[in-house]
Design a protein around this ligand. Structure first.
Ligand code: NAD
Length: 260
């Protein structure tokens, strides 16, 4: 399962899960574009990969901004010679009970998770179709693509939407050898989750330890967090898998929190 000669764009790759995917892809032979709102962070990751001998580039990209996505993907094609793999991963979390959820926050969540997935897919798939070499599009869903939790109306709605999008892209892309799948991680201790622990403790009126034990990891088979590496290995498998046999699927990596 290697990615020699492939070019990957990973959004939100300046941090957390996206960063680890970029590292694992580079270790397995891919050239990697680190696309993020945070250009300094993206540059630091690209520099790290280049220092280890990989081909990498940093791209300033707000995935909610159509012009920025168009320009960013064009820059990657120019810098790295094409796009074979898209990891639509950029994301944020805003927790609040629905009666207090502001419309502005709701729209921001849909814009990053759903509009971002649409815009990056459209721009990358055009390149994949034109090159005629197929491709792999991977959406970073969540157990919340399958399950619900309190306080997460916007996130759960957005993550469910990605499953629908992946199924359509799988059908449309098949004739061109473009596959589309979703990875659905359980809780991973990235900055996105570290921020939520005190927020949820406050909203639910419980301790931070209880948020971890009785909210985040309660339904897992072993009380353990999923790791960035667990998710990156799944992303490697889905990107390296060569045929349309594996498309339109969701791969849940969550210590058994959600079982299909
Ligand atoms: P993170 O906060 O560590 O990283 C997110 C990255 O996305 C950051 O570098 C940030 O700058 C970037 N970003 C945010 N808004 C952006 C935008 N508009 N355009 C481009 N980049 C933007 O978070 P993470 O935990 O690594 O999350 C990555 C993805 O994994 C998200 O989609 C998240 O929903 C999903 N996920 C995370 C977990 C978890 O427990 N951490 C579980 C399931 C799914």
């Amino acid at each position: 399962m290697r990615l020699d000669g492939k070019v990957a764009i990973v959004t939100g790759a300046a941090s957390g899960i996206g960063k680890r995917i970029a590292e694992v892809y580079a270790e397995n032979g891919a050239a990697v574009a680190i696309a993020d709102l945070n250009l300094a962070g993206a540059q630091a990751v690209a520099d790290e990969l280049k220092a280890k001998g990989a081909r990498a580039t940093a791209v300033a990209m707000d995935v909610t901004d159509e012009a920025a996505v168009i320009a960013g993907v064009a820059q990657v094609v120019k810098d790295l010679g094409g796009v074979d793999i898209l990891i639509s991963n950029a994301g944020i979390q805003i927790v609040n009970p629905i009666e207090n959820y502001s419309f502005a926050d709701w729209k921001k969540m849909q814009a990053i998770h759903v509009d971002g997935a649409f815009l990056t897919t459209r721009e990358c798939i055009k390149q994949m179709y034109a090159a005629g070499k197929g491709g792999s599009i991977i959406y970073m869903g969540s157990v919340h693509s399958k399950e619900a939790s309190k306080l997460k109306s916007a996130y759960v709605a957005a993550k469910h939407a990605l499953v629908g999008l992946a199924k359509v892209v799988a059908k449309e892309g098949a004739a061109h050898g473009v596959r589309a799948n979703v990875i659905c991680p359980g809780f991973v201790r990235t900055p996105l989750v570290e921020k939520q622990i005190p927020e949820q403790a406050k909203e639910l009126g419980i301790s931070e330890a209880d948020v971890i034990k009785n909210v985040m990891l309660k339904e897992t088979v072993d009380g353990e967090f999923t790791t960035v590496d667990d998710v990156a290995q799944c992303a490697l498998f889905l990107a390296a898998f060569e045929t349309n046999a594996l498309t339109g699927q969701s791969l849940v990596v969550s210590h058994g929190w959600f079982m299909q």
